[in-house]
Design a protein around this ligand. Sequence first.
Ligand SMILES: Cc1ncc(C[n+]2csc(CCOP(=O)(O)OP(=O)(O)O)c2C)c(N)n1
Ligand code: SF4
Ligand SMILES: [Mg+2]
Length: 325
Amino acid sequence: MVSKLQVPLTVAAYKSDVHNDWCPGCGDFGILQALQQALAELGLPPWETMVFGGIGCSGKVFNYMACYGVHTLHGRVLPFAMGAKLANPDLEVIAVGGDGDGYGIGAGHFVHAGRRNVDMAYIVLNNEVYGLTKGQASPTLDRGQQTKSLPLPNINDGIKPLALALVTGYTWIGRSYAFDGKHLKEMIKQAIEHKGMALLDIIQPCPTYNDLHTAEWFNKKVKEEEKSVSKLVTVEELKHDGVIKDPTNRDEVFEKQRKAFDLIQYRGERIPIGVFYQIKLPTYIERMQSQVPMLKKYSPVRIPYADANHLPTTDLTDAFEEITF
Ligand SMILES: Cc1ncc(C[n+]2csc(CCOP(=O)(O)OP(=O)(O)O)c2C)c(N)n1
Ligand code: SF4
Ligand SMILES: [Mg+2]
């Protein structure tokens, strides 16, 4: 269990002095700031927090944070992060990557992370393009859309990541927006605090390559009335409560899954944000502990492998005999 600090932590405690090379106006800035604020408000010590990065502009989030972190391989942020959490459940583990990273090349890991339900948060910065490699269509760009790097409109359908998360077992599923700092910070806090695998998909404008879904498009100014009309609507405004009260009640689970699915497919003028689905189910570690009782006492990194005389605590004689003969 990560210890919560009594003294207030400031956002500055999570800021690194690494030079930031994101483009001006990139939605990633808002997400980085909200993540640092969320960690500070939760009082999670930077030395017990690990942020893993995928490959892409989004994968650099951890570079700009003063906590432990690993820049992983393209599409492999989840196995790295899950491995760290399983080895040392005392760490707060957060994986941060892009839509190309997680829903494209990393799609296989995305599916299996759902059914494992490791206790961690996965934050996806969804800009519908491969930003770092100059704006090719990502798996979330819809058919017929043509962003500025595409010579012709996209011929593939876009996938719905939240729907994929719903059918593969993610136990907390939410969406937020990069430039709604208040909503985003609260959603990040909830995803981190949820005990199980949380997916937070964040709509992230990429002003350099996605010229269709810009910050202006999401928050359109109506000139005559001089006011902004947001494209976003909260699930609460749409009268949806996705939190399962009784995980053993199959009727409740199916009904809330069905409603969450309807909202994910929502074809209204506005795009829903918020928590679509949340259920409390045993985590991977809890299921492991029921089979390997020693894990209740020790996390894997703390299992004593040798006694005071430096002799191994495990008798490997039988195993060696099997290997030799
Ligand atoms: C195995 C492999 N294939 C391809 C690449 C090239 N590559 C680097 S980043 C990237 C796409 C990143 O897109 P996304 O995950 O959406 O992140 P963004 O830059 O949009 O934040 C690709 C294809 C790579 N680094 N490794
Ligand atoms: S290319 Fe797009 S996603 Fe990458 S830093 Fe620039 S604006 Fe952000
Ligand atoms: Mg992207």
